[in-house]
Design a protein around this ligand. Structure first.
Ligand code: ZN
Length: 344
């Protein structure tokens, strides 16, 4: 087993008081070092994505727009709070390029699995639009790298950041070669407001988008059921050549932006379920790509626990403990999902 790690923390892409700041990844490596995992990982040097790599997922117009705002010293990229600094364009290239480099390592057999610890995040960036703290869609660009450069026919992308992966959905909505599944909190006024059960793809991609819109406080057991009863059968039938995971630690019960109810132990178990699935369907090729997560302790221990799992270790650290509320029963939602996606 070998695990590749690429670390592109984008320290100059930051804004004081913003939840998606450099504080999220600054100082992470000493934490990983303290737990003895660093020497066991293959560290890849971050490299910038090429324009060609970006434009496999985005329009030339979006690439030029982000570049222009950044080159002019920075500013807002949308009507919300997606910011750019003077360095953000280059750092966003580094995030996307690092994910491609990790895919290269997996697809050429230099590593079995990996984790791309990158900023800015990517899953809200649509074909022609930045948004939700995301500039370019790292996971989508990595998926295209696997297909275009390495001949992967089918790619499975699971997104279990607490927010819907609207950007990734947009990019692959009509694509039957990329199965996209997003598990997210779906509530009034909760960003980005899309990702309903009925959004299932279009044209040739009909049926290749699966949305799992959750009520608050689903917790470990509910997420575990979704992985077993929806994700596993879909992945087994789809037979991907590689699995990509948009992982956000903002589904942790202490995250300040949401209330999905996962614990650190829950995250660690779900990571192992995904690793086992990858072992069954695609020789273990799985790349985790960091998205959100705004409670720093949950983010750090969450990352550490996924790395333990990738390395085949049993260790799980959960200093934040269980969710102090009752978990929501999602049996009716699971029933609806099975009917809609023919899971019998
Ligand atoms: Zn998020």
């Amino acid at each position: 087993m070998s695990t590749v790690l690429v670390y592109a923390p984008a320290l100059d892409h930051t804004q004081e008081g913003h939840p998606e700041s450099s504080a999220r990844l600054k100082g992470l490596l000493p934490v990983l070092d303290k737990f003895g995992v660093l020497p066991e990982l293959k560290l890849i040097h971050p490299i910038p994505a090429t324009i060609e790599q970006l434009q496999r997922a985005h329009t030339a117009g979006l690439v030029a727009y982000v570049r222009q705002v950044s080159r002019q010293g920075g500013g807002l990229l949308d009507y919300g709070d997606t910011y750019a600094t003077a360095e953000s364009y280059d750092l966003a290239l580094l995030a996307a390029g690092s994910c491609c480099a990790a895919i290269d390592a997996l697809m050429t057999g230099q590593a079995d699995n990996g984790f791309a610890l990158v900023r800015p995040p990517g899953h809200h960036a649509e074909t022609d639009r930045a948004g939700g703290f995301c500039l370019f869609n790292n996971v989508a660009i990595a998926a295209r790298q696997a297909q275009t450069v390495h001949g992967a026919k089918r790619v499975f992308i699971l997104d279990f950041d607490v927010h819907h992966g609207n950007g990734t959905q947009d990019i692959f909505y009509q694509d039957a070669n990329v199965l996209f599944t997003s598990i997210h909190l779906f509530a009034p006024y909760f960003y980005p407001g899309v990702g309903s059960l009925g959004e299932t793809g279009a044209a040739k991609g009909q049926g290749y988008t699966i949305n799992v819109p959750l009520p608050p406080r689903v917790g470990d057991e509910g997420y575990g059921r979704i992985f077993e009863e929806v994700v596993r059968p879909k992945v087994s039938a789809f037979k991907p050549d590689v699995m990509l995971v948009s992982i956000g630690f903002d589904a942790h019960w202490q995250d300040p932006l949401a209330m999905a109810g996962l614990t650190l132990t829950g995250y660690a178990r779900l990571a192992r379920v995904l690793l086992a699935m990858a072992g069954t369907v695609c020789d273990g090729r799985i790349l985790f790509v960091l998205e959100g997560g705004y409670r720093l302790e949950a983010l750090r221990y969450g990352i550490l626990n996924v790395i333990h799992a990738l390395l085949g270790r049993d260790d799980i650290h959960d200093p934040l403990g269980p969710m102090p509320y009752l978990e929501q029963d999602i049996s009716p939602l699971l029933q609806q999902l099975k009917e809609r996606h023919l899971l019998y």
